[in-house]
Design a protein around this ligand. Structure first.
Ligand SMILES: *[C@@H]1O[C@H](CO)[C@@H](O)[C@H](O)[C@H]1NC(C)=O
Ligand SMILES: *[C@@H]1O[C@H](CO)[C@@H](O)[C@H](O)[C@H]1NC(C)=O
Ligand SMILES: *[C@@H]1O[C@H](CO)[C@@H](O)[C@H](O)[C@H]1NC(C)=O
Ligand SMILES: *[C@@H]1O[C@H](CO)[C@@H](O)[C@H](O)[C@H]1NC(C)=O
Length: 382
């Protein structure tokens, strides 16, 4: 008797909570290889070296990467990627979202604990829309394998890692997730993670069923704003990042995160402070290869959404609506030409929001827009 009522109480409790995401951390071993660039650049070992590097990278009219590219080499290895898989309480979704974070973050970007997970994209995607999600720390960053920061940890190797992860997840080859089978796989990125998702699908359109590029545009001209606003120093000169080797760099002050991620009047200052305190570095090799295939047209023919804050600094110079072309509603529409086969293609400018729009008051609009776009375009979770 007592037992029965306890059972029904518990059961009732669960029903009221509805689906709560169930997450597990994984370490995924990947064998990958990539054609990396070889650069004749010394690893910066002082903050003066770091600033000189950023100065050279951001100088107008030049291409510092190209000037120091001496050739290409194949980098191969076995690496460990730290990842988190989540699914609704009741069941594995038939649609998996693979999410790749940008510079300055780790995989927790998608499931931020701030304000009781109020900013979490994963929480809404899993609990309210029923998706399964997979996030990973970029190769070289946070809890994933580190590496030599100039000629090894480059975008090309990270792209190979994302490709490998995707294929393993599709084939049920990830240890701990062998019993999960997904009908569709969607790729969502933020910033550098969006460049990665775009680059991966540009030449290999079958690898993804849908792409969502957040904090992204095809306008490269404002990248120096990001570099110079970043006040980069050696990551290991900052206490929370002391375990990184030389060649990893990170913003020295909270104002750098503010300028690059947050638009005036759009955020809780406490979230800014936390984003800075939890910030992760990037490797010099990533900066040297940041663009990947962003400049090449894509053959991707599935649904593609570009969603970016109107005040995005790195991708719009602080004003996406000022396209300088009466034929373009915003700089985001530049992507329509690159993604000419996407079906459909949609560009969505988030009013007032900055580059880190998921951490601003706009987060609900951003999350809702992305998930509704997927639902409306044949990628609803079942
Ligand atoms: C599980 O699924 C059933 C039927 O769809 C639903 O009524 C119930 O609320 C779900 N429970 C949880 C914990 O999500
Ligand atoms: C997964 O790892 C992260 C980072 O180490 C940790 O904060 C989190 O609590 C872990 N989650 C689970 C479900 O174990
Ligand atoms: C700089 O050169 C690299 C290597 O040749 C190339 O991939 C990249 O697109 C160039 N960047 C710009 C902004 O032109
Ligand atoms: C969660 O976010 C919404 C929308 O920005 C906001 O109205 C609400 O106050 C937030 N709740 C918490 C606990 O921060």
């Amino acid at each position: 008797m007592a037992r029965t009522s306890t059972f029904s109480l518990l059961f009732g409790g669960f029903s009221v909570l509805a689906a709560a995401r169930r997450c597990q951390n994984l370490t995924v071993e990947v064998d990958i290889s990539a054609r990396n660039g070889v650069f004749d650049i010394e690893t910066p070992v002082t903050d003066i070296d770091v600033t000189d590097f950023i100065f050279e990278m951001g100088t107008q009219g030049r291409n510092y990467s190209d000037e120091h590219l001496t050739g290409y080499t194949t980098v191969s290895g076995t690496y460990e990627l730290a990842a988190t898989y989540c699914e609704p309480d009741n069941k594995t979704s038939d649609v998996l979202q693979i999410m790749s974070h940008g510079v300055g973050f780790d995989r927790s970007y998608w499931d931020y604990p701030v304000n009781n997970w109020n900013y979490s994209y994963t929480k809404v995607a899993v609990d309210d829309y029923g998706y399964s999600t997979f996030t990973w720390d970029r190769l070289g960053i946070a809890e994933s394998s580190r590496g030599e920061p100039i000629n090894e940890i480059q975008s090309w190797l990270e792209l190979a890692a994302l490709e490998k992860l995707t294929n393993m997840l599709r084939a049920g080859e990830v240890d701990g997730l062998e019993d999960k089978h997904f009908r569709k796989i969607v790729h969502v990125g933020h910033s550098f993670g969006s460049i990665m998702a775009y680059s991966m699908t540009a030449s290999n359109r079958c690898i993804s069923d849908g792409i969502v590029l957040t904090g992204f545009s095809h306008m490269g001209a404002y990248m120096p704003y990001f570099l110079f606003a970043g006040t980069f120093v050696r990551a290991n000169s900052l206490a929370p990042l002391a375990d990184y080797g030389d060649g990893y760099i990170a913003p020295a002050v909270v104002s750098a995160a503010q300028t690059n991620l947050f638009a005036p009047g759009m955020y809780d200052p406490e979230v800014l402070n936390i984003a800075f305190e939890r910030g992760q570095p990037a490797a010099v090799g990533e900066f040297l290869t940041l663009g990947m295939r962003a400049g090449e047209p894509s053959s991707f023919n599935g649904p593609a959404l570009v969603i970016t804050g109107d005040r995005d600094l790195p991708f719009c110079g602080g004003d996406c609506s000022a396209s300088g072309d009466s034929g373009l509603d915003s700089l985001l529409d530049l992507s329509a030409e690159f993604l000419s086969q996407a079906s459909p293609f949609e560009a969505y400018v988030v009013p007032g929001a900055g580059h880190g729009m998921g951490f601003e008051y706009s987060h609900a609009e951003v999350t809702g827009k992305i998930l509704d776009f997927l639902v409306q375009n044949g990628l609803a979770a079942h």
